[in-house]
Design a protein around this ligand. Structure first.
Ligand SMILES: [Zn+2]
Length: 100
């Protein structure tokens, strides 16, 4: 009998703002506004998958889609983080969306 996982966790999927596919949260970056700027918007956050093309596109467009999703300017440190991560990724790194 094959070993079964101890407890099946409910996996939430989030939509990538760049490619519009759904991914598990582990495969994504979460961009959340801090509370200082977010007091009038309850926990608004955007997700982007860790695929190279999506991250690169987001960097090139200065997070246009993220900004649209957050309805707020993207924190500057996010782009620094994004650039750092991009350097560690292979351009062929693409996360494939989970089939639901
Ligand atoms: Zn994506």
């Amino acid at each position: 009998m094959p070993p079964s996982p101890p407890k099946r966790e409910k996996k939430f999927r989030r939509r990538c703002v760049e490619c519009s596919h759904y991914f598990l949260k582990d495969d994504m970056f979460r961009i959340q506004l801090n509370q200082a700027v977010n007091k009038d918007m309850s926990n608004r956050s955007a997700y982007i998958c860790k695929s190279y093309p999506c991250l690169q596109c987001s960097l090139q467009t200065q997070g246009k889609r993220i900004r649209r999703s957050l309805k707020h300017a993207v924190p500057k440190h996010f782009f620094e983080e994004l650039e750092r991560v991009l350097h560690t990724l292979d351009p062929s790194n693409v996360i494939h969306p989970q089939t639901i």
